[in-house]
Design a binder for this molecule. Sequence first.
Ligand SMILES: C[S@@+](CC[C@H](N)C(=O)[O-])C[C@H]1O[C@@H](n2cnc3c(N)ncnc32)[C@H](O)[C@@H]1O
Length: 237
Amino acid sequence: MRKIDYGIDAPHVVRNLFIMGILGFLLPLFHTVKIGPVNLDMTGFIGMGISCGFMAVWMLLYSLYGKLRHRDRILNMVNWKGNEMVLDIGTGRGLLVIGAAKRLTTGKSIGIDIWNAEDLTNNKIENTINNIVFEGVKDRVEIKNENAISMSFADNTFDVVISNLCLHNIYNKEDRKKACGEISRILKKGGTAIISDFRHMKEYKRNFIQSGLKAEIVPASYFTTFPPLAILKVTNE
Ligand SMILES: C[S@@+](CC[C@H](N)C(=O)[O-])C[C@H]1O[C@@H](n2cnc3c(N)ncnc32)[C@H](O)[C@@H]1O
């Protein structure tokens, strides 16, 4: 492996936006198209071209550069001692599990995933392990094949739980509630969970509060993330 690669998020969405963007610039070249008695003004498609093209480029820039800044923003919200037990849920190619491991001395950083191909390019456990070896944190990291909605860890195992762009991929509301319940169960007293996502933030917050935890939403960073990612800070006081 030649260099670190954390993958492109939602590659099908990025591809479709690029296609719509290109069509939006090409269709206006026809000016008007006659369909039966109707004269269709094609110049209106330019708006679609600009907005889809902008979103495609912004999503790509997030995956290539913004996610490294966003990782630091998430990890800076934890008061690290170095001896923490850390869990990264939906680790993908290891963005957060590796970042957390670099802040540990005697602690351990565990990443779990189910390796959904449509959520991230080349989303395979081998690629995550390559990144871990490349970053020199193999001794502090463990990767497991586990689903967020039903984890094998004992109650009160983790000081820190982190997750970026994972929970919205659980399409069923009840299953998202189970995942939040699992996070509440495995988080130690005094522990912190930082959940970053672009949808359902208020729903996650309600779930954690119902489990007796404290939760506050930190607004999205519009410069470094697209779609804009908000952060939920959950504490088990
Ligand atoms: C968009 S990727 C983000 C990966 C990584 N957190 C990052 O920021 O680069 C979402 C990840 O969540 C994983 N995922 C989706 N549903 C999951 C579930 N129920 N349990 C565990 N992982 C899941 C996907 O396989 C994918 O690796």
